[in-house]
Ligand binder design. Structure first.
Ligand code: S3P
Length: 167
């Protein structure tokens, strides 16, 4: 059985972009937990938040994380808030090698400031929101991580090489 790789980190850290490329290089099947939720429900993440609230979304996320972490030979890009629930952290840790893609709130903000698909960022002060989320979640990303990879300033190919060297 091939060892899975699971990417964690905040919105904009590059989990999907880096994940897709890394999966190709390592010959792993790529999954993005948010995309799987959207495919299953047939609606977007903002629509799920609007109809079911954040807790409704988190319940769906928990179910998908458990399911995907049990698959062999995959690279999983998780949603930024998936580490919030202890059950998810346990599944993520048990699911494979966990890589925390790390960046500062300012760097993340530059990447996602124009993106309307992240309900948690639809606030008056999105940069401050990101800072608060990072402060609250950093210990949780650290708790599950086997590897920590900075993604702040680097280009994708440099990040990929960095991960390759650390694996
Ligand atoms: C969330 C991050 C999003 C998505 C949802 C909630 C979060 O995923 O799951 O909007 O709580 O940080 P990305 O990290 O892929 O943007």
């Amino acid at each position: 059985m091939q060892h899975n790789i699971i990417l964690v980190g905040l919105m904009g850290a590059g989990k999907s972009t880096i994940g897709r490329q890394l999966a190709r290089r390592l010959n792993l099947e790529f999954y993005d937990s948010d995309k799987v939720i959207e495919e299953r429900t047939g609606v977007s993440i903002p629509t799920i938040f609007a109809i079911e609230g954040e807790q409704g979304f988190r319940d769906r996320e928990e179910q998908i994380i458990e399911e995907l972490c049990a698959l062999p030979g995959i690279l999983l890009a998780t949603g930024g808030g998936s580490v919030l629930r202890e059950t998810n952290r346990a599944h993520i840790k048990a699911g494979g090698c966990v890589i925390y893609l790390r960046a500062s709130a300012d760097q993340l903000f530059q990447r996602i400031k124009h993106d309307k698909n992240r309900p948690l960022m639809q606030t008056d002060k999105p940069l401050q929101t990101l800072r608060d989320l990072l402060k609250a979640r950093e210990p949780l990303y650290m708790e599950v991580a086997d590897l920590i990879v900075p993604t702040g300033k680097q280009k994708a190919n440099i990040i990929l090489r960095d991960i390759h060297n650390k694996l």
